[in-house]
Design a protein around this ligand. Sequence first.
Ligand SMILES: NC(=O)c1ccc[n+]([C@@H]2O[C@H](COP(=O)([O-])OP(=O)(O)OC[C@H]3O[C@@H](n4cnc5c(N)ncnc54)[C@H](OP(=O)(O)O)[C@@H]3O)[C@@H](O)[C@H]2O)c1
Length: 332
Amino acid sequence: MVESFRAFLVNQTDARFTSGIRTLTLDDLPLGEVTIRVRYSSVNYKDGICSLPNSRLVTQYPMVPGIDLAGEVIESQDTRFRSGDPVIVTSYDLGTGHFGGYSEIARVPASWVVPLPEGLTLREAMILGTAGFTAALSLQRMEENGLRPDSGPVLVTGATGGVGSTAVAMFSQLGYQVIASTRKESEHAFLRELGANEIVSPDELVLRDGDSFANLPERFAGAVDPVAGKALPYILNTMKYGGCITVSGFTGGPELAASVFPFLRRAITFIGIDSVLCPMSIRAPLWQRIARELKPQKVLEHIVQEISLDQLPQTLERILRGDMRGRAIVRL
Ligand SMILES: NC(=O)c1ccc[n+]([C@@H]2O[C@H](COP(=O)([O-])OP(=O)(O)OC[C@H]3O[C@@H](n4cnc5c(N)ncnc54)[C@H](OP(=O)(O)O)[C@@H]3O)[C@@H](O)[C@H]2O)c1
């Protein structure tokens, strides 16, 4: 086994914050039953926040960020995993309280490890990563609530981002009519390639004086919302009867001003999505479903940009500016 390897490390002391590529040894890694040769990681909005000074998400320093990784097991003290097994690790404390995916070698608790399902490569697993898993979890929760392709259009906000772009592609692949909301006029063609049937600007998704569910049209049977902010009150008031909203993020802001009327009069369901503590009994079968039918077959390569560890700092800055198009994966 290699003795030293490269990783992106952030450190915060009272006096100063540092970040950059460092050489680590196996002794630097945290405890865990499974040691993994990481092949790919990915860049999520949360990774951007973890790379900032005094990040509210990093629970201890120094830290190797990276909430996603995929690679091969080097050695395992847990008999469920053997040397050479391809595996995915996302969520839990990975990259926030436990060294994460921006490292050529990682060591993690066995309870976090998902065997790579048949039908998915390590690279594909990271093109989807936490963002794609969150999109899939949203889709599944909405289906559990009765959503079907003939229920009506599904709105996806932040459509050019990680959760948004993977949601557009997955819903489209299953035959849903997808309305994509983006601030980026330059990316309309990209969203159509992913399968969006209609594209709207978030400026259209804002309540004006006097607007309420009673005088607005019923537009959406479902909504996948990783943005929240100003659009969410509008979305609530324009859902079709029995519609369902999944909220997974707040790049547009965390506050929500709403009345209970759309819930009561239109029987709307509002579902919070959490990928971090999603139980393994849901997580592992959902990765299998992703491999089987949700992986966007035709457009996966359109979504991705592959970067090296050295290109990571500028990509983390980009995601914090809301400037991403699809997903960035890190090759290690
Ligand atoms: N609940 C969970 O388990 C879970 C899992 C994954 C992610 N998340 C959360 O979901 C959100 C998206 O994550 P991501 O990794 O997909 O990020 P991302 O790739 O940066 O995508 C976010 C998208 O939101 C839009 N956006 C950014 N800033 C905005 C602003 N100020 N106002 C309005 N829209 C803005 C942009 O889309 P357009 O330019 O196309 O409008 C951007 O591409 C984050 O809040 C993240 O923490 C939660």
